[in-house]
Design a protein around this ligand. Structure first.
Ligand SMILES: *Cc1c(COP(=O)(O)O)cnc(C)c1O
Length: 343
């Protein structure tokens, strides 16, 4: 499979915007090239369009070469760019699992690309044959979210790898929750599969949802295409600086605490009569099935605890998604649930 043949013609032919900083890349000097205000207030200069310093730091943490890293304004930017680079509107299509993260569909609709869903099994496992059977010669992207939102389970690494090996298109594996998973990341397979895109984010484990920083890892050819199509200055100076500083911190203690809390909460919930089922979780949330989801959801809001009602989506009848909070927050949830009388 040649990745070049999957790219939209207009994107392959695109001459990207050339920034002032593309033409001159030295460090010291008098910058009279970008029509900026010359008086320093920390923000008067345009940001580095290639986020070089940030990519070096992220590359070290993830063990990935900088040419294989794309930094976006949230994972949402990377998702949208996959469509814009590979999918010809009203011609190509995309296949994904259901239920899963909603942005894959929204980005498909915005880009006028047909979105095909393959339902997971009752136990939220994935039938690879069904998934591949939904693809055809116009399927450019296959989205797999693992650990999956909202079902909280991971799909076996070997199973995902086999899909990447078989599919004649781009497989996008969204690993937004990988830090909470017992399963390894697909990042180590990047060199082996030129059609693999791995998405990660700083919004969950890293605690930077407010800064908006998403990551795509792929073969350098795919990264170069995404870089050409993105807005030149997609990550602003403030975000680049704060993210760089935050990445110097060690989050392992927090991660351990969240995982321990998840397992403790799952255990407590599974012993409650009002909870019909607690799904095993490889993420920082648990999915539970209850008798009357809407009623319980409203009751919890009355008690000041907001969870996510997922009961209206496919295969999630009666399901609420609960993010793991601090020990105190989780205890408040348990106390409220213990008081709840299921009529
Ligand atoms: C939360 C989440 C993201 C993160 O999106 P950002 O735009 O990076 O904040 C990505 N994918 C999934 C499946 C998520 O649940």
């Amino acid at each position: 499979m040649k990745i070049e043949n999957l790219v939209r013609k207009n994107i392959a032919a695109l001459t990207p915007y050339s920034t002032a900083r593309d033409e001159y890349q030295g460090e010291i000097g008098i910058y009279l090239d970008a029509n900026e205000n010359p008086y320093d207030n920390s923000y008067n200069r345009y940001p580095d369009p290639y986020q070089k310093r940030l990519k070096e730091t992220i590359g070290k943490i993830k063990g990935v070469e900088t040419e294989r890293i794309f930094i976006g304004n949230g994972s949402d930017e990377a998702i949208d760019l996959c469509y814009r680079v590979f999918c010809e509107p009203s011609v190509d299509n995309v296949v994904s699992i259901a239920p899963t993260y909603g942005m894959y569909r929204v980005a498909a609709e915005i880009n006028n690309v047909e979105f095909r869903e393959v339902l997971l099994e009752e136990d939220y496992s994935l039938d690879s044959k069904k998934l591949l059977a939904a693809t055809d010669s116009n399927t450019k992207l296959l989205f797999i979210c693992s650990p999956n939102n909202p079902t909280a389970n991971s799909f076996p690494l070997k199973q995902i790898e086999a899909i990447v090996a078989k599919f004649n298109g781009i497989v996008v594996v969204d690993e937004a929750y990988i830090e909470f998973s017992t399963q390894k990341s697909l990042l180590t397979l990047l060199g082996k599969y030129p059609n693999l895109v791995v998405l990660q984010t700083l919004s969950k484990a890293w605690g930077m949802a407010g800064l908006r920083l998403g990551l795509a890892f792929a073969d350098s050819y795919i990264i170069s295409l995404m870089t050409r199509v993105k807005y030149p200055y997609n990550i602003n100076v403030v975000t680049q600086k704060i993210v760089y500083d935050q990445l110097q911190k060690n989050i392992s203690t927090q991660l351990k605490e969240i995982i321990a809390q998840r397992d403790k909460l799952s255990d407590k919930l599974s012993k409650m009569a009002i909870i019909e089922h607690v799904y095993p979780s490889d993420a920082n949330f648990v999915l539970v099935r209850v008798n009357n989801a809407k009623k319980l959801y409203n009751y919890l809001i009355g008690g000041g605890v907001i969870v996510r009602d997922r009961s209206k989506i496919k295969l999630c009848q009666g399901a609420l998604r609960i993010t793991i909070g601090t020990p105190m927050e989780n205890q408040r949830l348990i106390t409220l649930l213990e008081k709840y009388k299921n009529e």
